[in-house]
Ligand binder design. Structure first.
Ligand code: NCD
Length: 355
């Protein structure tokens, strides 16, 4: 049973436990292709939205559906099999108004692995530089009959606005300081694969909470799935209203990390900061940078995550970031492709997920 902070409860789905441990009645694990086929059947029921604009508002079964399907894509990707007929003839536009390498490439790869025609549009090559408004851009894209529109924008709410204008299914790839839903899903998938579940864990999200859409999406996802979430950081980087989201607030790393199963570090987002919120990078590292000494305060089997890009020596020590026993950072990137394949697959079926 999952108990949410709002008091609602849900039956624990079977995929709450790590699917890689699931066995068929013969005792043999299902092949990646069979597992994937089975999940495609189930994908009809669970996700009810046309778009993926935010984690806030999603129900546990919708999140679980996306994680399960993504898990099957991990197995499929690792087996070397492809699903290139799934999005054949569909057009995916990556519309990025902000710099991004990791997220854009991940969506591009996901779209191509499913057989979509993928077009990348970045702000430096678009007509926005010539004074075209967001709405005009959307109207133009709509006339091109795009099926899936992946949007990153420095203004919170931009993907939401676009979703009201275009016919395509819109996926928020990060908007201002609002949300970054596929990052939270890939983080959840990474946690689930290592801890065997995505509920009942203590997760410490540390650093620049104020400017982080990753933090916001993770808080919504992790609390919705019944985890205990802490946010840890200096008061200057902690939004006043964060406690309303059902998290415990810590300003001291030692207290915030004690007993944590997962330590999620965030980048110090200087590009979004008014001046003077942190004294210096050295000072910040001393109090809030994760090194092995601070990590020792968490549970002995605590694992470390970071959405990237990392500021090594500022929020995280290289020795921790590159520690194969404790760091999941590289695996997060692999999970990103699988999660985005699951999202594209699901949204391409339409609301209610028609086959
Ligand atoms: C994150 C983002 O853009 O919000 N990065 C990412 O998606 N790879 C986090 C960050 O920029 O620090």
């Amino acid at each position: 049973m999952i108990s949410r902070n709002d008091g609602k409860t849900y039956d624990t789905p079977d995929h709450f436990h790590c699917p890689t441990r699931r066995r068929s009645s013969t005792g043999a694990p299902p092949s990646p292709v069979d597992a994937h086929r089975g999940l495609l059947q189930r994908s009809r029921v669970f996700y009810r939205q046309k778009h993926l604009l935010a984690i806030e508002g999603l129900e546990p079964p919708e999140i679980s559906h996306l994680l399960d399907l993504a898990e099957s894509y991990v197995l499929l990707n690792r087996s070397g099999k492809t699903q290139r007929d799934l999005l054949r003839g569909r057009t995916l536009i990556n519309l990025f108004f902000e710099d991004s390498t990791r997220t854009r490439t991940s969506f591009e790869l996901a779209g191509k692995r499913l057989g979509a025609d993928v077009i990348n549009m970045s702000v430096s090559t678009s007509s926005v530089n010539k004074g075209e408004t967001l709405i005009d851009t959307a109207t133009t894209l709509n006339a091109m009959h795009c099926d899936l529109l992946v949007v990153r924008h420095d203004q919170s709410g931009a993907p939401n606005l676009l979703s009201k204008i275009v016919d395509a299914a819109v996926i928020n790839a990060g908007d201002g300081t609002h949300e970054h839903p596929t990052q939270a899903l890939l983080d959840a998938l990474t946690i689930k694969r290592h801890k065997g579940r995505i509920g009942g864990l203590t997760v410490a999200i540390c650093g620049d909470i104020t400017h982080s859409r990753v933090a916001r999406s993770n808080i919504h996802l992790l609390t919705t799935m019944g985890n205990s979430v802490r946010v840890v950081g200096p008061p200057t980087l902690m939004p006043a209203e964060v406690a309303d989201l059902g998290v415990a607030v810590f300003h001291d790393m030692a207290a915030g990390l004690a007993g944590a199963d997962i330590v999620m570090m965030l980048r110090l987002q200087r590009e979004r900061m008014a001046r003077g919120l942190v004294p210096s990078a050295r000072e910040y590292f001393r109090f809030y940078g994760l090194d092995h000494q601070k990590l020792a305060l968490a549970k002995p089997d605590a694992l470390v995550m970071h959405p990237g890009p990392m500021n090594r020596g500022v929020e995280i020590d290289s020795a921790v970031a590159d520690d194969p026993q404790r760091s999941l950072i590289r695996e997060q990137v692999e999970m990103g492709v699988a999660v985005r394949m699951a999202v594209l697959d699901t949204l391409s079926r339409g609301p209610g997920n028609e086959p």
